[in-house]
Design a protein around this ligand. Structure first.
Ligand SMILES: Nc1ncnc2c1ncn2[C@@H]1O[C@H](COP(=O)(O)OP(=O)(O)O)[C@@H](O)[C@H]1O
Ligand SMILES: O=C(O)[C@H](O)[C@@H](O)[C@H](O)[C@H](O)COP(=O)(O)O
Length: 235
């Protein structure tokens, strides 16, 4: 059930991403998974490989979310909704600017031949991913009093790379990570919240076991398969 208010917040009228009809549709590649699965490491690596900008979703949190997580308190749906909407609108803005500045890298030069961006974001639940896809949130968290930064548009196509690891491996990685607001005790709630992105369109999976270089190469290959199928295949 999508509330009227949610539809209003996410309606397409205010959309700024006006790519002319003869231009290929831009893409948002979300590198997703629970804390310490390697989103930032993999995301920045594949962004470089694909000649796309990279944004770590953690940099878009309001301070209140960072404060909460720093105290070991997991975020709620209410905390996450404006953050997810901001990730989506940031992607729209960056793609639009890229296109306007003529910074779109052609396929001949190793790019995707369209505007795009890679963003690391845990995107733990299916409806969070739907917001990133530009769909109105079919969830009670989209209540009238919630501040959402900007409506979304379906002009921007969203694909996901899910970084899959065993709980044991994730625990090792989070324990070894230094100076991060997300403490090791948060992994439990992350795993409990995670809804695996099965049977959803445009999702690549990568196993995170291996050296950073091995995982980066595997991630790039998996992502390219999905881009070919979901993006190039629909041209
Ligand atoms: N393939 C890998 N092997 C070993 N350590 C890794 C690997 N990938 C990432 N790391 C380390 O694991 C920790 C979590 O990675 P990070 O990219 O920050 O994950 P996330 O962004 O999902 O929280 C970091 O300390 C990072 O350096
Ligand atoms: O690197 C990490 O440890 C995670 O990515 C972490 O920063 C966190 O998961 C989200 O930014 C908060 O959002 P969620 O609670 O929705 O995962």
């Amino acid at each position: 059930m999508v509330s009227e208010r949610a539809k209003e917040l996410f309606k397409e009228d205010d959309v700024e991403l006006t790519v002319p009809p003869n231009e290929p549709r831009p893409v948002l590649l979300i590198v997703m998974g629970p804390a310490s699965c390697g989103k930032s490491t993999i995301g920045s690596g594949i962004a470089e490989d694909l000649h796309l900008p990279f944004v770590d979703g953690d940099t878009l949190h309001p301070q209140s979310n960072i404060d909460k997580m720093s105290k070991g308190i997991p975020l709620t749906d209410d905390d996450r909704l404006p953050w997810l909407a901001l990730i989506r609108s940031t992607a729209e803005r960056v793609c639009k600017e890229q296109w306007e500045r003529g910074e779109v890298r052609s396929k001949d030069n190793g790019g995707l031949g369209r505007a795009g961006i890679v963003i690391a974001c845990s995107a733990l639940k299916k409806w969070y991913r739907d917001i990133l896809r530009g769909d109105p949130p079919a969830h009670p968290a989209a209540r009238p009093e919630m501040e959402v930064h900007k409506p979304a548009t379906d002009n921007l196509q969203t694909l996901f790379l899910y970084c899959h690891g065993t709980p044991e491996l994730l625990a090792q990685r989070i324990a070894a990570r230094k100076n991060h607001f997300m403490g090791a005790q948060m992994l439990k709630s992350q795993l409990a919240t995670l809804e695996l992105p099965r049977n959803e369109p445009g999702v690549a999976w990568v196993d995170i076991d291996g050296t950073p270089q091995e995982v980066r190469e595997r991630a790039l290959q998996s992502m390219k398969v999905v881009v070919r199928k979901e993006v190039d295949g629909n041209e």
